[in-house]
Design a protein around this ligand. Structure first.
Ligand SMILES: [Zn+2]
Length: 220
């Protein structure tokens, strides 16, 4: 948790005034927040409570015995804690999903480069708007689990491009401007000084090289 705190507060450039509560649930279905299949953890940013399966329970999935369970718990807790800290700055429900989930994947270094690369190669790569829809609507709009997972990867890379090119203050400027105006195109222009179409083009041009570089240095 302390490692996650350091990573998230640095990446988001924001120090929250208090700490979250983390509940570790040692068995499946004991905790109503964790009953959906495949859910490892959830955060309630309003109450600043994080629920997650403890590592010995079935719900926490498999881990590499050489690395130990904490190696796998760290990205999960970092992801959920990012949502908690995010809430202090802008309400998550007022953000594009690729921004809020992408940020949580970015801080936990979960870029899914293999999935993104195979999408690029087969022409299935999503636009940012499609990534938002895939995460927001999921099965309601017939997005498959693979498409939803790809959308998280796309979001993570898009957030990385923003952080590396414009910085975290521009990321929050975009989120706050969109929260205030609900006008996406003008918010992108205000925060980045380019149009949304130009940003999407920039992202499309940057993504393949970023993914190749990650795979070359062994990022999973
Ligand atoms: Zn999340």
């Amino acid at each position: 948790m302390e490692r996650a705190y350091a990573k998230v507060t640095t990446a988001l450039d924001f120090v929250p005034p208090d700490k979250p509560l983390v509940y570790l649930t040692p068995a499946l279905s004991l905790n109503p927040d964790l009953q959906r299949p495949g859910v490892l953890a959830s955060a309630d940013p309003e109450s600043r409570i994080i629920n997650m399966h403890s590592i010995e329970s079935f719900g926490a999935g498999f881990y590499d015995p050489a690395a130990g369970p904490l190696a796998d718990m760290y990205p999960t807790i970092t992801h959920e804690y990012t949502h908690v800290v995010n809430r202090y700055i802008v309400p998550l429900v007022r953000m594009k999903k690729w921004m809020s989930e992408g940020l949580a994947e970015y801080t936990s270094d979960s870029f899914r480069p293999r999935e993104v690369q195979s999408a690029i190669r087969s022409g299935r790569v999503m636009t940012l708007e499609q990534a938002h829809e895939a995460i927001f609507f999921g099965q309601e709009k017939n997005f498959t689990p693979a498409q939803q997972s790809l959308a998280y990867g796309i979001g993570a890379y898009a957030v990385r491009l923003i952080m590396e090119t414009y910085g975290s203050q521009a990321f929050w400027a975009l989120a706050k401007e969109y929260d205030k105006t609900r006008d996406w195109d003008s918010s992108v222009m205000t925060a980045f000084g380019i149009s949304y179409a130009e940003f999407q083009d920039k992202f499309n041009g940057w993504l393949p090289g970023a993914v190749e570089a990650d795979l070359a240095r062994g990022v999973r």
